[in-house]
Design a protein around this ligand. Structure first.
Ligand SMILES: Cc1cc2nc3c(=O)[nH]c(=O)nc-3n(C[C@H](O)[C@H](O)[C@H](O)COP(=O)(O)OP(=O)(O)OC[C@H]3O[C@@H](n4cnc5c(N)ncnc54)[C@H](O)[C@@H]3O)c2cc1C
Length: 502
């Protein structure tokens, strides 16, 4: 069915964007080849071993990127079938209706998207079905309109978590069940660890591999090829279409001529690949007549907040079932937006030890047993100066935080609330550039080709057979988890492609 070096559609990357595109296009009968640079993450004891995951950083690639001061760092960016979602917290949240509109923040303006929430809504509904999301849309005051309820009922809070949730409700907050792509019964049967940051092999987390990819490769016309790293896209000198893609398969150079290319290598690698593929006609890199490829990198401002009280005992296992959006659209007192709070996912003594190796394990285990942990997330605003650029194989990531004051206010506000709930010791720790988990924005979509490389269906303005469908397309980062929005857009784009001719 597949000829040696031709295919109808080539998808680069099997993360949320690539796998969901494959699922959306599979029924077309077109030959679809997915090239993934990583291998399948195997079933192994290491998957549930917190010493391996956090102390040894066993799954983190031995890779270096360079920061604004040219200093090397080792990023938590994962290359497996399923991409970063193999490690994700499986919170599949819709962006709020307001996130699609221009919004003022303390650090500046968050721009409007070229599509409205109303246009996106049916695709969110389909993506929730594809990822079998468990949730309940009735509790969050910022929840936008849903045309259908979540396909499965929300995952219940563990006992120790419910106690704290009730205290927050008594303080006037509106905790809501996190929308989660986890088959909790399956997970509980096989795993006694949280799912956020914990890899798995078909243990109940519905990620890009176990969800859309598994569905897509059931079709004979869809093929996944692993250990295949795309190195270069070549354009035709006459049409400027992508005519050939060069990749390395287990170290050997190969080439393929697809009719359509869908680039889904993640916000950093997709930009890097386009920049590296520069040629005479496209001296700035491909898809880059706007000069915006690689720019407007965003990553969310995030912190862990941990509240401790020696009389509180936390025997919860996964601890990731509710969130709070009471400060999402404003600060709770008509001020500017601050962001989202959600449970982080049980920070154990071993996880603390990986971050604080000098403190005795006994003390850290005690602290963990009597504490509860949250994740505070605020919007990171697009700035052309925050960018990915390449020097040969080298990836440079320049990221200066903005809207940080709003984030600090959120951390301060929620820390005080936890104190009022009896957690007399509250600690916080920001996540830094080594955690590019929510990377986005580097090849944004927009209505004006002068300032955006992609149109609102993620098609390149410069090359009409190139689409970029991963977190790169985001015009703004909002302040909730990004994966569902990538998946919804992938379904919307695949439907659009099927309606047009290749
Ligand atoms: C620890 C952690 C927790 C997270 N928790 C959540 C959460 O709870 N909710 C949420 O919404 N989001 C979460 N995220 C973020 C979420 O996982 C990402 O937003 C999402 O996976 C991004 O999908 P993507 O398609 O843009 O890219 P990726 O997932 O990065 O996929 C890109 C794929 O392309 C492959 N690739 C890269 N370069 C090449 C190349 N040159 N050739 C071939 N293949 C290539 C990669 O191996 C990878 O498989 C989390 C991320 C992490 C790391």
């Amino acid at each position: 069915m597949f000829s040696n070096n031709q295919t109808d559609i080539l998808i680069i990357g099997s993360g949320i964007g690539g796998s969901t595109m494959a699922a959306g296009l599979a029924s077309s009968g077109l030959n679809i080849l997915i090239l993934e640079c990583g291998a399948q993450l195997p079933d192994s004891l290491a998957n549930a071993d917190q010493d391996k995951i956090f102390t040894e950083q066993f799954f983190k690639p031995q890779e270096e990127w360079f920061d604004k001061d040219k200093k090397p760092f080792r990023p938590g960016n994962y290359y497996y079938v399923g991409g970063n979602s193999k490690f994700f917290g499986a919170v599949l949240a819709r962006y709020r209706k307001e996130d699609f509109l221009e919004m003022e923040h303390e650090g500046g303006i968050s721009p409007a998207w070229p599509v409205t929430y109303e246009e996106f809504e049916p695709w969110y509904t389909k993506a929730e079905a594809l990822f079998k999301v468990r949730g309940d849309a009735r509790f969050d005051p910022t929840e936008p309109y849903h045309s259908k309820p979540y396909p499965y009922k929300a995952i219940e809070d563990e006992k120790a978590i419910k106690v704290v949730k009730d205290k927050l409700i008594a303080k006037g907050l509106n905790p809501y069940p996190l929308p989660l792509a986890v088959d909790i019964e399956h997970w509980k049967k096989t795993r006694k660890v949280p799912w956020d940051a914990h890899p798995h092999f078909f243990n109940g987390k519905i990620d890009a591999e176990t969800g859309p990819l598994t569905q897509a490769i059931q079709y004979r016309n869809v093929r996944l090829q692993t250990n295949s790293k795309v190195l270069h896209l070549k354009t035709s000198p006459t049409t400027n279409r992508i005519e050939e893609v060069i990749y390395s398969l287990n170290g050997e150079l190969q080439s393929i001529k697809p009719k359509l290319v869908i680039l889904s290598a993640g916000a950093i690698h997709s930009a890097a690949l386009l920049l590296r593929s520069n040629n005479l006609q496209n001296s700035n890199g491909l898809a880059n007549s706007s000069g915006m490829v690689g720019r407007n990198f965003m990553n969310h401002n995030c912190s862990a907040i941990i509240g401790f009280n020696h009389k509180y005992t936390n025997d919860a296992i996964y601890s990731k079932t509710f969130g709070i959006n009471d400060f999402y659209l404003n600060d709770g007192a008509k001020g500017l937006p601050l962001g989202n709070i959600q449970l982080l996912g049980k920070v154990s003594g071993k996880i603390l030890k990986a971050n604080m190796p000098l403190i005795p394990s006994l003390a850290l285990n005690y602290f963990s047993k009597h504490s509860i942990d949250f994740y505070a997330m605020s919007e990171d605003l697009p700035s052309a100066n925050n960018r990915v650029f390449v020097e040969g194989d080298k990836i440079n990531l320049v990221w200066e935080r903005n809207n940080w004051e709003a984030h600090q206010k959120l951390v301060h506000k929620f820390s005080n609330i936890l104190k009022e709930c009896g957690f007399y010791l509250v600690l916080n720790q920001p996540f830094d550039k080594r955690t590019p988990s929510h990377q986005c924005g580097t090849i944004r979509m927009g209505n004006n080709p002068k300032d955006s490389p992609l149109d609102s269906y993620c098609r390149s303005y410069d090359h009409d057979n190139l689409y970029v469908v991963d977190a790169s397309f985001f015009p703004s980062s909002a302040a909730v988890n990004p994966a569902l929005t990538i998946a919804a857009q992938a379904l919307r784009v695949s439907n659009h492609i099927l309606k047009s001719s290749l």
